[in-house]
Ligand binder design. Structure first.
Ligand SMILES: C[S@@+](CC[C@H](N)C(=O)[O-])C[C@H]1O[C@@H](n2cnc3c(N)ncnc32)[C@H](O)[C@@H]1O
Length: 314
């Protein structure tokens, strides 16, 4: 006897397929719902990234774990073509869920951080964070200077990530004034925690690779690999421009590449009609997952894959 969650999921899958094949409009798009429409408590997920990343997927980690189990990812390579703060790659490797991970990111500032952490300069960066004297004047002077090398740039990027509104690194992002509890610039600066995260990554650094380039290109190059799995988290279609320096992604092209991937993939997106239509066109499955946005507003995001049956085990 199937339980009610399973039955609901099966019904929703058939809805998806039926509305696709009959070519109905957006109002009739069938969607899975997460079998457990419960908002993940982010505090329950180990935070391993040195970034506070806008659009970061720490909240999705319990789902990612389940997906990786379902696609038997042990020993495979996880490819993350839009890595950002990299929480998915870091978690998958640290927890031994994949053999190794390739993180890809176009933004040269974000890249400087990963290049430094994955090179011999991680200890330098961790110590630089501990020794920085956080005052308004020091922040201003550091952010106005031009870094002379990659590791100095990495430090400036992490500093800016901590003192800007929402961790936004895109040009023009404002700095925190009041911050949490009126603590201003200090409110997101936890030097010891940041130090420990960077040092922690050193334990599995040899299983992480980083490339600064176009994520779609890397996907295409690895499309025929059956020993790789892909976590695809492109910039949001709507808010991307405000959040990231690089936000223009050709979404229809990305979906066409996803359709050619031999290995399993999981995509996440904002809940936008354009994306739902693309998923339907390619006969991918899609589900909505609830999450808490900034200011604790509840919203839903889309997860898309060729097979979402693992959702019913959540
Ligand atoms: C939604 S964020 C990824 C967040 C990440 N999953 C996390 O948990 O921190 C999307 C990222 O894609 C990057 N990006 C934008 N265009 C890109 C491209 N063509 N190739 C690689 N990365 C790109 C942005 O700079 C941004 O960091």
């Amino acid at each position: 006897m199937r339980n009610s969650k399973e039955m609901r999921l099966t019904r929703q899958r058939s809805l998806t397929l039926r509305s696709h094949s009959s070519g109905q409009g957006k109002d009739q798009l069938g969607l899975f719902e997460a079998a457990r429409p419960k908002i993940i408590n982010v505090a329950s997920v180990p935070q391993r990234s040195p970034f506070r990343y806008p659009g970061g997927k720490t909240w999705l980690i319990p789902y990612v774990r389940q997906w990786l189990n379902a696609c038997e990812s042990w020993g495979k390579e996880l490819i993350e073509p839009f890595a950002g703060g990299g929480i998915v790659s870091l978690t998958a490797v640290a927890e031994g869920r994949v053999g190794e991970a390739l993180m890809v990111e176009l933004d040269e500032e974000v890249a400087a951080v990963w290049q430094t952490i994955l090179s011999g300069d991680a200890q330098w960066l961790a110590r630089r964070i501990l020794s920085f004297s956080m005052t308004q004047a020091n922040v201003k002077s550091l952010l106005e200077s031009t870094p002379s090398n990659t590791r100095e740039k990495a430090f400036a990027v992490l500093l800016r990530n901590r003192v800007s509104h929402g961790g936004i690194l895109a040009n023009g992002a404002g700095l925190l004034r009041r911050g949490e509890n009126g603590k201003g610039l200090l409110s997101r600066w936890y030097p010891k925690t940041l130090h420990n995260r960077i040092v922690g990554i050193q334990n599995y650094r040899d299983r992480l690779r980083f490339l600064q380039c176009d994520g779609s290109k890397v996907l295409q190059e690895n499309a025929r690999r059956s020993d790789a799995v892909f976590f695809i988290d492109p910039p949001y279609t709507v808010a991307g421009r405000r959040l990231y320096r690089y936000s223009e992604v050709n979404h229809p092209h990305l979906f066409r590449i996803a359709a050619t991937l031999q290995g399993a993939f999981l995509m996440t997106y904002d809940n936008a009609d354009e994306i739902k239509r693309l998923a339907m066109e390619h006969e991918f499955q899609l589900a909505t997952i609830p999450m808490k946005g900034t200011h604790h507003t509840e919203k839903t995001e889309l997860v898309i894959s060729k097979d979402l049956s693992w959702l019913k085990t959540m």
